[in-house]
Ligand binder design. Structure first.
Ligand code: SF4
Length: 378
């Protein structure tokens, strides 16, 4: 796909597609809506969709792909939200539950900065009712005191909601205090599929769709940029998947606060969804590639970065995703616990492995920081 430098060649290749009219409009830079998104998701022509996703990515970034040098710090697995898709959490008091001390948090970040040169720490954990806001504030302040150059990309919308409930405080107050303590940006987790009938089945105790949107809106309003995610492949319909994509587009039109979109495929191992037989087949690699390409097409001119998350689908799929519209490889993933709990990943991804994986497929490599600013080229 790297040699596809002009859209005329692509237009010829896609002319027989059942979604050729939509892809033509995408190539002309036109905005696409819900109906077009549904048709793209329902189409079997992943190849044509991928060609256009790839061409749009090339227009924006040439053949450069980025990554961030990152550790993941899952500070607690204690959680009272019991999502059926999660193999990571443990209820309060469980023998396998843990909560990292502040010293341990700072130690891990400092060691990773010194040993690996990380520029971002992704901090996420369970909904632990025993943690007050001071835990987070002190952790962020201590990280910034020791490692001011490390960006703190932390706390999903649902964790923010949990802290607000523990503190009996407003979301805006919590976000403002965390920002003042050093929080730089928010990950997009907790969205899953922004449809309350889906949430009622897979995560009935988690924040509702409008709450996720509202928390993101408030974060953007006070200057905290964020990612947006989609975890697909559980019980949602193709229409609900498309609606999720468009809800994020609508908020982005209002706030411009989303830096990146990251579609995740559901990993069923060791989850309640699997044991209850709620789904027959998990989504495969082709679905992932199609979702990457659709995200690039729908969000062209709206959300800058599409991430080829390798976490549930592996390095090979992430390489392919760069050829379907993704421009960012995500982060080195030293220390991640959540997806590891499903057994989906057995090796950690270091800077060296990411650079090699990107170069292997003929892309140039740029390291970025947590706000997607280029730090250096390899
Ligand atoms: S996904 Fe998050 S909120 Fe849901 S059970 Fe797991 S740790 Fe808790």
């Amino acid at each position: 796909m790297l040699v596809l430098q002009n859209s005329l060649l692509v237009q010829n290749l896609i002319s027989q597609s059942d979604v050729a009219d939509i892809l033509d409009r995408a190539l002309c830079g036109q905005c696409l809506g819900l109906n077009e998104c549904i048709r793209l998701i329902k189409s079997d022509d992943s190849y044509s969709i991928g060609l256009v996703g790839s061409l749009l990515r090339q227009r924006l970034y040439g053949n450069t792909a980025t990554f961030v040098n990152n550790i993941i710090l899952n500070y607690t697995n204690v959680c009272i939200t019991y999502c059926k898709f999660c193999a990571f959490y443990r209820p309060p008091g469980h023998e396998q539950s843990y909560t990292l001390s502040l010293d341990e948090i700072v130690r891990r970040v400092t060691i990773s900065r010194d040993a690996f040169g990380i520029t971002q720490v992704l901090i996420q954990g369970g909904h632990n009712p025993n943690l007050k806001i001071e835990y987070y504030e002190e952790a962020f302040k201590a990280i910034k005191a020791k490692c001011p150059e490390v960006g703190i990309h932390g706390l999903s919308a649902s964790e923010i909601d949990m802290i607000a409930r523990v503190e009996k405080s407003s979301i805006k107050e919590i976000l403002s205090r965390l920002k003042a303590a050093g929080l730089d940006s928010l990950p997009g987790a907790g969205a899953e599929i922004l449809d309350d009938s889906v949430k009622a089945e897979i995560s009935p105790f988690k924040i509702k769709s409008h709450e996720w949107i509202r928390i993101m809106e408030l974060a953007h309003e006070i200057g905290l940029k964020s990612s947006a995610t989609m975890m697909y492949g559980t019980v949602e319909t193709e229409e609900q998947r498309a609606q999720h994509i468009m809800k994020i587009a609508k908020l982005q039109e209002k706030t411009s606060g989303f830096m990146a979109f990251i579609p995740w495929s559901f990993e069923p191992n060791k989850t309640q969804i699997q044991s209850e037989g709620l789904i027959k087949y998990p989504p495969g690699g082709l679905q992932l590639l199609k979702m990457i390409a659709i995200a690039r097409i729908i969000y062209y001119g709206l959300i800058d970065h599409i991430q080829s998350s390798w976490l549930t689908n592996g390095i090979g799929m992430a390489q392919l995703a760069l050829n379907y519209g993704a421009d960012d490889f995500g982060g080195t993933l030293i220390g991640e616990e959540v997806v590891s709990a499903t057994g989906a990943r057995s090796t950690e991804l270091t800077t060296h492995k990411i650079i090699s994986a990107i170069k292997q497929i003929g892309f140039k490599v740029a390291e970025r920081d947590n706000l997607y600013r280029t730090i250096k080229y390899y």
